[in-house]
Design a protein around this ligand. Sequence first.
Ligand SMILES: Nc1ncnc2c1ncn2[C@@H]1O[C@H](COP(=O)(O)OP(=O)(O)OP(=O)(O)O)[C@@H](O)[C@H]1O
Length: 308
Amino acid sequence: MIKQQPGDPVAELKQVTKTFGGKRAVDQVSFTIHRGSITAILGPNGAGKSTAISMMLGLASPSEGEVLLLGQNPRSLEVRQQIGAMLQEVSVMDGLRTREVIQLIRGYYPNPLPMDEIVRLSGLTPEELKQWAVKMSGGQKRKLIFALAIAGNPELLFFDEPTVGLDTTARRTFWNTAKQLAERGKTILFTTHYLQEADDIAERVLLFNQGRVIADGDPKDIKARLTRRALSFISDQKPESIRELLPHTLGITDLFVEDGRIHIVTDDTDGTLSVLYREGVVMRDIRIEQGSLDEAFSQLTTDLEEAN
Ligand SMILES: Nc1ncnc2c1ncn2[C@@H]1O[C@H](COP(=O)(O)OP(=O)(O)OP(=O)(O)O)[C@@H](O)[C@H]1O
């Protein structure tokens, strides 16, 4: 049994690279995940998220660098007994009822969760437990896969796009349960394409792009860094004359007129407003807007596509 304290490193990637026929799917990636945290791995298709997770699960080996789970090789039995994973592609065993599948997987672990706790946390109903596992609907199967991921009472849980195909209520229930698990000290690492979800759930986001981690931190900070703030107002003054009033230090990246409003894209909306006031620009109906993380993300992807 590997003993862990709150805040201890649970997963560590040290200068990890994975190449497939000369292509770097993961390129010199380093990060540490601490016990009891919820971390989202975000990134466009092909960014290297699944490859990084495969290496953490011990399903693939790094070409260079080192991956440690609970301070050990992810392939060691002791580590495997402390890990639960909810992956996209799952086939459930034929000829078994849902309850039997869960009992079977519990049997592989030295310290599994009690059956009634697995049932409570997964939300499986008594009827669903009696059903043939292969006959479950998509949503029911996801509950079963979640039940199997937590069955062994693991220290570290990997969820690969866990809420795909779930309705809003099921999604909310899923994340409430995940938060309960994190509060008990479990460590959660998940991938998602729902950026709002990362923002709502995770305390940390690792943003992958082209095999690298291009941002790592608090979702709010990453959002603030990625999303462009804009100031807009109505004014009789010409946009060119307003542009001339604003110093370079304000970091203005765009100034344009749309729908009769002057828009100024800047990191420093407060500083820009104070210069405009000081210079006596008459402004009406002032608005400050911040783009969503989704917009920023698609912008980031477009920028990279254009650069290639
Ligand atoms: N087994 C493999 N053989 C060859 N290339 C691979 C293999 N696995 C992944 N790749 C390539 O490595 C890169 C990263 O893929 P990966 O699946 O890790 O990305 P991802 O971020 O998980 O994408 P998605 O969101 O689409 O699942 C891609 O260019 C992919 O084509």
